[in-house]
Design a protein around this ligand. Structure first.
Ligand SMILES: NC(=O)c1ccc[n+]([C@@H]2O[C@H](COP(=O)([O-])OP(=O)(O)OC[C@H]3O[C@@H](n4cnc5c(N)ncnc54)[C@H](O)[C@@H]3O)[C@@H](O)[C@H]2O)c1
Length: 365
C-alpha cells in the first residue's frame, strides 16, 4: 500500500490511498466522517455489474444510511441530465452539508459526481473511488470536476478537492483491456512532460504491466500520480505550470469531439501527444528522431497513432473552443525534450493542420 497526503494553498488537505483491495475503505471513511449520516454512492452500470458498490455499501452499512445511484456508462453521462439526477436524488434523500457523495467509477463518474458535490448546498464532502487506470492516475487527483455542454468537453465545471481518494488496483481486473490500455496515455504523458526516467521505466516494464503485476502497478500509479500531485500542489487553480498537464489534450479533445465516441479519451490523448510532438519537431524544439520515438512508443501499449478522415479542418474549428486559448490564438503544451514540457502561445494553424494531416492515415499502410 502507498499513502500520501496532499495539501496546497487555499485547498483542503486530503489523503490518497493506493492499495490492492477495498478491505480498508470502511475504516478510512469512518475516520473521516464521524458526523455524517447519509452517503450516496454514484456509479455506472458496468461498475455495478462488477460488484464494487455492494463491497463499499457492506463496509458502510453499520454506520451510515447508504444508497447507490446507478447511471449509464460513457461520456454522455457527463451532462446536465445526469447532474440533475444526482442533485434531485440528494434533495429527495434530504442530504445536508455533512453528508457524503462517493464517486465510484472512472473519470466520467468522478468528474460528474465531483461537480455535483461542488455545487450542492455550496459544497458537500466528496470521496473519489477510481476504478479505471486513467482515473487512478489522473482524473481523481487535482480536483478538476466538470460536465460537457453543447458538444464541448468539460466546458462547465469547478475546482473542487475530494476529501479522500481510494484506489484499489483489484478493480482493474474487471476493466476491459481497451480501457486499461487507454489509461497508459495519461501515464506516458506524465513521463513525457516531467520525468524521462519514468517514460523509459514504462517501456522496460511492459510485460509486468500487461500481466497486471500488483507491485509494478502500484509503483507505476504512484509515480504517475506523483508527477500530477507535485504540479497541482504548486498551482492548484492552473495559473501557471498546471497547464503543462494538458500535454496532448488540446488536439486530443478536438479529436475526441470530432469522432464522437469512436475513440476513448486516453486514446485521444495518445493521438494528441503524437501531434504535440510533431509540432515540437516542426518548430525545431525536438529532433525528428525523438518525434518518431515518441510516436512509436504508444504502439506496444495498444494505443492509436493515427485516424482516418476525409478532412481535418473541422477539428481545427473544435480546437478554437479550447479553454487555454486567448482571443483567437491557439495555445498548446509542446515538448523541449522527453521529460520537459513548455506552454507555447499562438501556434500557427497551418502547423496544426499539418500535424492532423500527419495523423490521418490507416495504420496498416
Ligand atoms: N478531472 C480530471 O482531471 C480528468 C483528467 C483526465 C480525464 N478526465 C475525464 O475522465 C473521463 C474518462 O475517464 P475513464 O477513461 O475512466 O472513462 P469512463 O469513466 O468512461 O470508464 C471507462 C469504462 O470502463 C467502465 N468501468 C470503469 N471501471 C470499471 C471496472 N473496474 N470494471 C469494469 N468496467 C469498468 C465504465 O463503465 C466505462 O464503460 C473523461 O470524461 C475525461 O474528460 C478528467
Amino acid at each position: 500500500m502507498k499513502e500520501f497526503s496532499v495539501s496546497a494553498s487555499t485547498v483542503n488537505k486530503y489523503d490518497i490511498v493506493i492499495t490492492e483491495d477495498y478491505s480498508e475503505f470502511g475504516d478510512r471513511f469512518k475516520g473521516l466522517f464521524p458526523e455524517s449520516a447519509r452517503v450516496l454512492i454514484v456509479t455506472d452500470e458496468n461498475v455495478c455489474k462488477a460488484g464494487y458498490p455492494d463491497v463499499i455499501k457492506e463496509q458502510l452499512k453499520d454506520r451510515y444510511d447508504t444508497d447507490v445511484l446507478i447511471l449509464p456508462p460513457g461520456e454522455p453521462t457527463k451532462s446536465f441530465e445526469y447532474l440533475n439526477k444526482i442533485l434531485s436524488t440528494l434533495i429527495g434523500k434530504k442530504f445536508n452539508r455533512n453528508d457524503v457523495l462517493i464517486g465510484l467509477g472512472g473519470g466520467v463518474i468522478g468528474d460528474l459526481t465531483g461537480f455535483a458535490a461542488s455545487i450542492f448546498k455550496r459544497g458537500i464532502p466528496f470521496v473519489q473511488v477510481p476504478t479505471t487506470l486513467l482515473s487512478m492516475v489522473d482524473s481523481s487527483i487535482g480536483g478538476k470536476t466538470a460536465i460537457d455542454y453543447e458538444g464541448v468537453k468539460n466546458s462547465i465545471g469547478a475546482f473542487y478537492m475530494p476529501s479522500l481518494v481510494y484506489a484499489a488496483i483489484d478493480s482493474l481486473k474487471t476493466l476491459p483491456e481497451r480501457e486499461y490500455y487507454a489509461g497508459f496515455a495519461e501515464i506516458m504523458k506524465a513521463g513525457l512532460l516531467a520525468k524521462e526516467s519514468f517514460y523509459v521505466w514504462l517501456v522496460d516494464h511492459i510485460y509486468e504491466i500487461s500481466d497486471k503485476e500488483p507491485e509494478t502497478l502500484i509503483n507505476m500509479i504512484e509515480t504517475a500520480q506523483g508527477i500530477k500531485r507535485d504540479i497541482v500542489a504548486k498551482d492548484p487553480f492552473e495559473h501557471g505550470d498546471r497547464v503543462l498537464l494538458n500535454l496532448g489534450h488540446t488536439i486530443g479533445h478536438a479529436i475526441e469531439s470530432y469522432f464522437k465516441g469512436e475513440y476513448l479519451h486516453g486514446e485521444c490523448v495518445a493521438l494528441g501527444c503524437v501531434a504535440a510532438a510533431f509540432i515540437s519537431w516542426k518548430m525545431d524544439m525536438i529532433p525528428m528522431e525523438l518525434y518518431y520515438e515518441i510516436r512509436d512508443m504508444f504502439v506496444p501499449f495498444n494505443l492509436p497513432i493515427s485516424f482516418v478522415t476525409e478532412d481535418v479542418t473541422p477539428m481545427i474549428d473544435l480546437l478554437c473552443n479550447d479553454k487555454k486559448n486567448t482571443g483567437k490564438a491557439i495555445n498548446m503544451v509542446l515538448l523541449k525534450k522527453a521529460g520537459k514540457a513548455v506552454y507555447v502561445k499562438d501556434i500557427d494553424r497551418e502547423l496544426i493542420k499539418a500535424a492532423l494531416d500527419e495523423l490521418n492515415f490507416k495504420e496498416e499502410d
